[in-house]
Design a protein around this ligand. Structure first.
Ligand code: 5RP
Length: 229
């Protein structure tokens, strides 16, 4: 099976966690694409009353086109469940997200949700975080100063570029800097430091957030419980 089939498998298992009348956060990325497809089918075939909140315009557009009712987070109660992808998940159920530059909206939605499920193919499971570059969403004003500070701390920053070689702009017109760290020994300490750097709007460390991880594996789907209730 290729990686996309494993992603699809995880997504189709995770969609079973969605029940009628739920308010659902929908993440962003290629794995979530399969989830939204599967949810669209369920909404149509089972006449489910699901209300979704999207973490990107891509997801919002796809979900609306499939007949899923979408609303703004400002108009929603606390979400019952958010299902999203991830770039890395370690053995303590800590994660890196933001490969699709949507981690700011994804974190806001995740933290306004009673439960969070991540859907991944097995290549995303790691012992330690950090092989995947850690994304930061940063304010363009004064960004060269911030970049120098990150470099001076040995965090190996690189601006993320778009397909035209220009600095990528996020949904909120910010830049993305990826930290090429190879290994993050203490994710909480790094998150705490990043949280205190003015100019960084949000980093892609998603710590103590996920409840369950649905993993697409060669030999079937596995649901891992993070033990967070
Ligand atoms: C977007 C994300 C995605 O969830 C993450 O990059 C995984 O993407 P994919 O499902 O395409 O592998 O964090 O910002």
């Amino acid at each position: 099976m290729d990686q996309n089939q494993l992603k699809q498998q995880a997504a189709e298992e995770a969609v079973k966690f969605i029940k009628d009348s739920m308010f659902i956060g929908l993440g962003t990325g290629s794995t979530v694409f399969y989830l939204v497809e599967a949810l669209g089918r369920r909404v149509k075939n089972e006449h489910l009353q699901i209300t979704g909140v999207a973490t990107s315009s891509r997801t919002a557009k796809q979900a609306s086109a499939l007949g899923i009712k979408m609303i703004d987070l400002n108009d929603a109660p606390e979400l019952d469940l958010t299902i999203d992808g991830a770039d890395e998940v370690d053995r303590n159920f800590q994660g890196i997200k933001g490969g699709g530059a949507a981690h700011l909206l994804e974190k806001i939605v995740a933290l306004n949700s009673k439960r969070n499920i991540w859907i991944v193919d097995e290549s995303k499971l790691v012992t330690n975080l950090g092989a995947f570059p850690l994304p930061l969403e940063v304010i363009p004003f004064g960004v060269e100063r911030l970049y120098k500070r990150l470099a001076a701390k040995g965090l190996n920053p690189k601006f993320r570029l778009d397909e035209n070689g220009q600095r990528l702009r996020t949904h909120n017109k910010n830049f993305v800097i990826d930290l090429h760290l190879k290994q993050i020994d203490d994710p909480h300490a790094l998150a705490d430091w990043l949280d205190h750097q003015t100019g960084i709007v949000e980093h892609g460390l998603f710590l103590d957030i996920v409840n369950q991880v649905v993993v697409g594996r060669e030999n079937g789907v596995e649901v891992l419980d993070a033990g967070r209730g």
